[in-house]
Each structure stands twice: as structure tokens, then as C-alpha cells.
Ligand binder design. Structure first.
Ligand code: SF4
Ligand code: SF4
Length: 374
């Protein structure tokens, strides 16, 4: 293990939802605004930046170069980026993404390099394209300091990958208090597997893509009562950062105000105390009681679907709407995960409903998803 991040402050800057120039039809990143955000972040002593080859249509790494890498001494911050094999047509194109990332970011080397978004059918591509060995070669050459992967699937698959690649230096997991015990995300199970192997964890989605600052009133009241002066964002960030073995907690910040608020919350970070932890537990229990579609993401329905509809993704996206009324996040979840298996492809054959242990009216729900997201 070559993890060298013991002193990394517990808030990381995710470069996936950057501000864009208002009214610009190409959604050009507002680089002057990003510079101001970086300056506030760095000025408060935070140092970890997380980008990816695929963020902002491939333009995030170049934005990082202009806003940070060209403007600060290289050893004063850490850069993490990611290789999305599933965006490449073949092994050669996938491998070339590493060089592209080096050139676009101008980082010289990557403090943290991740194989991006392993899980489900995506994991096999990284094996087929020889990307594990390729990444190890880059590490041996000094271009990667810590090699890991980000993961969006269940604990069984996580364990399988770690069995096959026990030499990873760290992992990046989706962790927030709402998903901690969720059957579809399995945050806690994945975290505990990582810890049992002594692996440092970078946390992504600590605020569930922003949803945890848009809690239903009944749930927000629980936290506000426990501490009227604490923002909803602070509960979410501090929950994640309080877990032992965390490298840092990423927040995909889109505005200067968000950076200021997050920096304020985390600059004198103190872990949740017992009473605060109990309040978060109560909030999680209240969230679990909301009238969402009872999909457990068991995926039995997927096997028999002749159209390859990504049923659990559609239902999870609808649940974000139901629980949080968060249209942006629900659409983002759908766009990111349902591609190729959109709800509108359903032909109503009923095979999925026959096997669903939760007896969900899947066909009706898919109609709602198609209407809401397509
Ligand atoms: S009803 Fe629709 S989603 Fe269900 S198996 Fe048939 S095509 Fe797939
Ligand atoms: S079978 Fe039912 S519960 Fe399982 S993933 Fe499909 S819709 Fe969800």
C-alpha cells in the first residue's frame, strides 16, 4: 500500500458539476468562477480535487488545469482522475485515455487514479481491456501514486473485485446516511468490506447528489430540532467524514456559495458525537418510512426482460422524486444509469412483474418514468 494521504483534509472538491456560463448553448464551463471557487477552497486549507475523463463532456480535466494546476505549486494539492473503460470502443482507446488525462490536466502525475465506475457488466471491460495491468505499469513508472477504483454496485461484486485485485491502494464508495443501510446501494456493507481489508475510502455522494439538503419537512425537522444552528449539508458531510479510515469526502460543488458553506462546515471538522449520531439515525429511519416504490434492487426482473429495460434504475429515479422532490438529481440518476435500457422500451409483456418479489406494478411505474425522464 502506498497511500500517503493521512493528512488530507476531509473535504474534497468534485469537478463534476461545475458552473457553466449562463445562456451558453454549449454549456461552456465558467472558468473565472471556478478559479474563485478553487481559491476559496485552497485558501481554507483544503487540497483534494476529483475529476474524471468523462466529466463535463471531457472538459473537466482541462478546467482543473486552468483553475488549479497552472496556478498553484503542484505539491500543494492532490489530483484524482478516472478512466471510464465503458466510454471506449476498444482496449486501445481505453488505454489512450490515460495519456489524454495527463495532457488535458497538465498534472504531471496523478496522486489518486481510479478505474471509473466498476460494477454490473462494466467490471469485465476493465479486465478485457487489460486496464488493471496497464494502470499498474503507470504506477511503476511513477505516473500514479495511488491506484484504486470507484464503484457503483452491490457488496458481493465489490468483494469479488477486491479478491481479484487485492493490491489496490484505496477505493471510492457511495456513502451517505440515507443510503447507509439501503438494499440497493449497500453503503455500509461495502464500507465494512473496505475497512476489513484496511483500505482507505474516498467518499462520493455524501449529500446524495444534493438530495439531502432537500429533505422532506418531517425529516428535516428531526435534524433541526437536534441542532437548530446546523445546516442539512453539515449533517451529511459530517456523517461521512466521521467514519474511520476516510481519505476525504467529495462534494461536487457548483457555486461559490456552496464552496463557502462546505468550507465553513468542514474547516474545523469535529466527528458526530453520540447525540448527533442518534439524530442522524432517526432521520434515516424517517426517510425509510416515506412512501417510495418498494424496490430492493434484487434485479430478478432484469433477467427475463426481452428489451433490456433498466427497471431498478427507473424505479430508483422515481423514488428520488417521491422522497426528495429533487427533479435535477432524479433526472441525473436516470440519464447516467438508464442509457440503452430506457423505460419507454418496455413492451408490456409482464415477465418482470411475474418474478418481482415485491409485487410492484412495474409496467405502470415504467410509464411514469418514461413520462418524467424522457
Ligand atoms: S413488461 Fe416491460 S420491463 Fe417488464 S419484462 Fe416486459 S418489456 Fe421488460
Ligand atoms: S424484481 Fe422487483 S424488487 Fe427486484 S429489482 Fe426488479 S422491480 Fe425491484
Amino acid at each position: 500500500m502506498t497511500y500517503t494521504g493521512g493528512n488530507i483534509p476531509k473535504l474534497g472538491f468534485g469537478f463534476m458539476r461545475l458552473p457553466v456560463i449562463e445562456g451558453d448553448e454549449n454549456a461552456t464551463i465558467d472558468i473565472e468562477q471556478v478559479k474563485r471557487m478553487v481559491d476559496v477552497f485552497m485558501g481554507a486549507g483544503f487540497t483534494y480535487f476529483d475529476t474524471a475523463r468523462g466529466y463535463h463532456g471531457g472538459k473537466s480535466e482541462a478546467a482543473l488545469k486552468r483553475a488549479l494546476i497552472e496556478r498553484y505549486p503542484r505539491e500543494s494539492f492532490q489530483v484524482a482522475t478516472k478512466l471510464p473503460a465503458w466510454m471506449a470502443a476498444d482496449a486501445e482507446e481505453a488505454r489512450s485515455m490515460f495519456e489524454t488525462s495527463l495532457v488535458e490536466s497538465g498534472a504531471g502525475y496523478f496522486d489518486f487514479y481510479l478505474l471509473h465506475n466498476l460494477g454490473e457488466s462494466r467490471s469485465a471491460l476493465f479486465e478485457d481491456y487489460g486496464l488493471w495491468d496497464f494502470a499498474r505499469e503507470q504506477k511503476d513508472a511513477g505516473l500514479i501514486r495511488n491506484l484504486g477504483f470507484s464503484f457503483h454496485d452491490k457488496a458481493d461484486e465489490f468483494e469479488r473485485i477486491l479478491e481479484a485485485h487485492p493490491d489496490v491502494d484505496f477505493v471510492q464508495l457511495q456513502i451517505n446516511y440515507a443510503d447507509w443501510d439501503s438494499e440497493s446501494i449497500e453503503s455500509r456493507k461495502c464500507y465494512e468490506i473496505a475497512r476489513s481489508r484496511g483500505l482507505p475510502v474516498v467518499v462520493m455522494e455524501p449529500i446524495k447528489g444534493g438530495s439531502l439538503v432537500k429533505l422532506p419537512e418531517s425529516v428535516a425537522a428531526i435534524l433541526n430540532e437536534a441542532d437548530p444552528s446546523a445546516s442539512l449539508a453539515s449533517w451529511a458531510l459530517r456523517f461521512a467524514a466521521s467514519l474511520p479510515g476516510i481519505v476525504t469526502v467529495l462534494s461536487g460543488m457548483s457555486t461559490l456559495d456552496q464552496v463557502k458553506q462546505n468550507v465553513e462546515i468542514m474547516k474545523d471538522f469535529a466527528p458526530l458525537d453520540e447525540g448527533e449520531r442518534a439524530a442522524v439515525d432517526r432521520a434515516r429511519e424517517a426517510l425509510a418510512k416515506l412512501p417510495v416504490i418498494p424496490c430492493t434492487d434484487c434485479r430478478y426482473c432484469l433477467k427475463g426482460c426481452p428489451e433490456g429495460v433498466r427497471i431498478p434504475v427507473a424505479l430508483a429515479s422515481l423514488n428520488i422524486l417521491i422522497a426528495f422532490a429533487d427533479e435535477y438529481r432524479a433526472q441525473e440518476n436516470y440519464d447516467w444509469n438508464a442509457e440503452g435500457g430506457e423505460a419507454s422500451k418496455c413492451i408490456g409483456c409482464g415477465a418482470c412483474e411475474d418474478v418481482c418479489p415485491q409485487h410492484i406494478a412495474i409496467i405502470d411505474e415504467l410509464k411514469k418514468a418514461a413520462e418524467a425522464f424522457e
